[in-house]
Design a protein around this ligand. Structure first.
Ligand code: SAM
Length: 276
């Protein structure tokens, strides 16, 4: 980036009003050969040209404007500024992730967690990924950890990439995918480990996770939590619900993934649950 920024500046300083040159994005996210660019409002009239220059200098085929991730499927819906094909293959930690960056969330801030999951999985244990996405967290567990994985993804569009990624990473023998709402999943008392990689409403899925879990299991419980409720939450809510369903919970670990919104954090708890 040290060499790239001056090149971009040199080109655009001839075309943009001087006061806007300093407002050009200094950070960006590259996923495969697609770029996500945070662009300030003032740059709106020049957004297509700016995107074109970043694309040329960085050698990517498409540029999206960073925006909000929203809805049940956590879709990006980012505005396309340059190029027309936003489907790419991203390589990370020896895993190939095929996805449409314009639709599917893939957060660079979650990379530590994807790497951590690769190390935490154990050979032949059964992992149920209740919010699989394109296999963000569970592909590393199957590929590097040798775990067996049941990956559940509700969005039909995201599911297509999940299926392709299982093949791309050659773990068809270890990973099975279901395109359903995880609340309709019929398996009970089967999982050694459960991934709950979701935010905002994850607590609504605690009873389902407990019914999928074996009598003793590990649950990686993600949720978003206002800072003023930390560190009591999100453990307290999980424990309360688990007790109602006859489970004891022990917290093994707690990590902050990233800032989700002002004063709100995305955290993950590693929980050991066991039936009383
Ligand atoms: N778990 C990955 C991670 O943490 O990086 C992917 C996270 S992505 C934000 C969550 C995924 O869960 C989305 O692809 C969304 O479509 C899916 N999802 C949401 N509700 C679901 C449900 N009830 N059953 C199955 N999948 C669901």
């Amino acid at each position: 980036t040290q060499l790239i920024k001056p090149r971009i500046r040199a080109i655009l300083s001839k075309e943009l009003p001087a006061e806007l040159v300093d407002k050009l994005p200094k950070h960006w996210t590259q996923i495969g050969d697609v770029l996500i660019l945070p662009l300030r409002e003032e740059l709106e009239p020049y957004k297509h040209r700016i995107a074109e220059v970043y694309a040329e200098v960085l050698g990517v085929k498409a540029v999206l404007r960073k925006g909000r991730i929203c809805g049940e499927f956590r879709e990006t819906n980012y505005e396309l500024l340059y190029g027309n094909d936003t489907v790419t293959i991203h390589r990370e930690n020896g895993i190939l992730y095929k996805l449409d960056v314009a639709k599917v969330m893939f957060s660079p801030a979650n990379v530590k967690e994807r790497v951590r999951m690769a190390k935490i999985a154990k050979p032949d244990e059964l992992v149920v990924d209740m919010f699989a996405g394109v296999g963000h967290l569970s592909l590393p567990m199957a590929v590097h950890g040798g775990a067996r994985v049941i990956a559940i993804e509700k969005s039909p569009y995201t599911f297509r990439f999940l299926v392709e990624n299982i093949e791309l990473n050659k773990v068809q023998d270890r990973m099975t995918a279901y395109n359903i709402d995880n609340r309709d999943f019929l398996g009970e008392n089967i999982a050694d480990r459960i991934l709950m990689g979701y935010v905002v409403k994850t607590h609504e899925f605690i009873p389902k996770a407990l019914s999928i879990a074996k009598d003793e299991a590990i649950i990686h419980y993600h949720n978003t939590v206002p800072e003023r409720l930390m560190p009591r939450e999100p453990l307290e809510t999980f424990q309360k619900t688990a007790r109602e369903y006859g489970y004891e919970v022990e917290k093994l670990n707690e990590l902050v993934i990233k800032r989700y919104a002002p004063g709100v954090w995305h955290v993950v708890l590693d929980l050991s649950v066991f039936k009383r």
